[in-house]
Design a protein around this ligand. Structure first.
Ligand SMILES: *[C@@H]1O[C@H](CO)[C@@H](O)[C@H](O)[C@H]1NC(C)=O
Ligand SMILES: *[C@@H]1O[C@H](CO)[C@@H](O)[C@H](O)[C@H]1NC(C)=O
Length: 365
């Protein structure tokens, strides 16, 4: 009797573990439909996508250990993985991202990055994946808009669609993603204004929007994002002044506004802040450089070239604790270049094409 019970128990355990442990047939079917819309001729990364258990040894697929639902798809075209080393090349894939992935309703991380040739659009239904935390499609040829209701992805922490052909506006709903920490939209074809309430993204630490066609002004609400360390709006068509409050942010270290149509003067706050990499070059900034440098000023790079700055080089720059790379060229500055640190290690190229700067490293006054 006892042994019969034991036998039945073992049989039940074996049956239940084999059915529970392999991925649900619907997840497997969704993955196979995703694979069918892609073409990867050089590495054979999809060769492992066979058999019934998609949770086991399918390249780039992982499942939740408890639910055995597909949780991560992680396919990177540039990787140290042996599959790449054996092929002596980076990956290349064509095709498109099938809406079938929206059936993977437990998906938490979806990375299909650096395959260079994947085109088509981001399926709109992706915004119905309630557990999605990471969406990383960098380095493909994806076009179309960012889904209008991207704001439904309330758990999203990483949104990276950089280096694609994405057009349209930044959807207003994006500022509803309150958990977003890393936003990378660089090098696409986005146009229109940065939403005025961008500062609602309180968890954001990196906002990288460079190399698009964004216009309008820099929303001053950005300065409410306490954790923001990196703000890159370079190479767009942004106009208007620089909000003075950007210089009072507690961790902002990199501020790249170069290559826009920014006007007005340099807010004094920027020169005496936590910012260590400040690029304002190639804008229409005017007035004098504020004479407010001090021991808090620490610049690995300070690039103010190609603007309409006039007046002298401020003497207080000598009290900055560090200025590594300085570019004041192509402005209308005038007067003697101060002698001593940081000016004594700089070359003429930092000062050329001004109205009447003089002294070392330019010619004597
Ligand atoms: C943002 O979220 C709020 C609250 O859920 C909602 O009322 C609003 O319509 C959302 N905004 C957009 C643009 O989706
Ligand atoms: C600042 O931006 C300009 C224009 O985009 C670029 O050419 C320059 O290299 C940048 N300066 C630094 C120090 O990175």
């Amino acid at each position: 009797m006892g042994s019969v019970v034991l036998f039945l128990t073992l049989t039940l355990l074996a049956v239940s573990s084999s059915t529970v442990k392999s991925c649900p047939p619907s997840d497997r079917a969704a993955l196979l439909a995703f694979k069918a819309a892609l073409h990867e001729p050089y590495l054979g990364i999809f060769n492992s996508w066979t058999g019934s258990d998609c949770c086991h040894n399918w390249y780039g697929v992982s499942c939740d250990p408890e639910t055995h639902r597909v949780a991560d798809i992680n396919l990177r075209g540039e990787s140290e993985d042996p599959i790449f080393q054996r092929a002596h090349r980076t990956g290349h894939m064509t095709g498109y991202i099938s809406p079938a992935i929206c059936k993977l309703t437990r998906l938490s991380s979806f990375t299909v990055a650096d395959w260079k040739g994947i085109s088509g659009e981001i399926p709109d239904c992706i915004t119905s994946l309630p557990f999605l935390r990471i969406l990383d499609l960098i380095g493909n040829k994806i076009s179309g808009d960012i889904p209008a209701d991207i704001g439904r992805l309330t758990r999203l922490t990483v949104l990276n669609v950089a280096d694609n052909l994405i057009s349209g506006k930044i959807p207003p709903s994006l500022t509803n993603i309150s958990s977003l920490m890393h936003l990378d939209l660089r090098n696409n074809k986005l146009w229109g204004e940065i939403p005025r309430n961008f500062g609602q993204l309180r968890m954001l630490s990196r906002a990288l929007l460079s190399r698009n066609q964004l216009s309008g002004q820099i929303p001053s609400s950005i300065s409410k994002i306490y954790r923001l360390a990196d703000l890159d709006l370079s190479l767009n068509s942004i106009s208007g002044p620089i909000p003075e409050s950007l210089g009072r942010m507690s961790v902002l270290g990199n501020l790249n506004l170069d290559g826009n149509k920014i006007s007005g003067t340099i807010p004094a706050s920027l020169l005496n802040s936590r910012i260590s990499n400040l690029n304002l070059s190639k804008n229409a900034i005017q007035g004098q450089i504020p004479d407010v440098f001090g021991p808090r000023s620490y610049f690995t790079a300070l690039d103010l070239a190609y603007n309409n700055l006039k007046g002298p080089i401020p003497k207080s720059m000598m009290s900055a604790s560090y200025v590594g790379h300085l570019d004041l060229s192509h402005n209308h500055l005038c007067g003697p270049i101060p002698a001593g640190s940081p000016f004594n290690h700089l070359e003429a190229s930092s000062f050329v094409y001004n109205d009447c700067l003089c002294g070392k490293p330019l010619k004597a006054c």
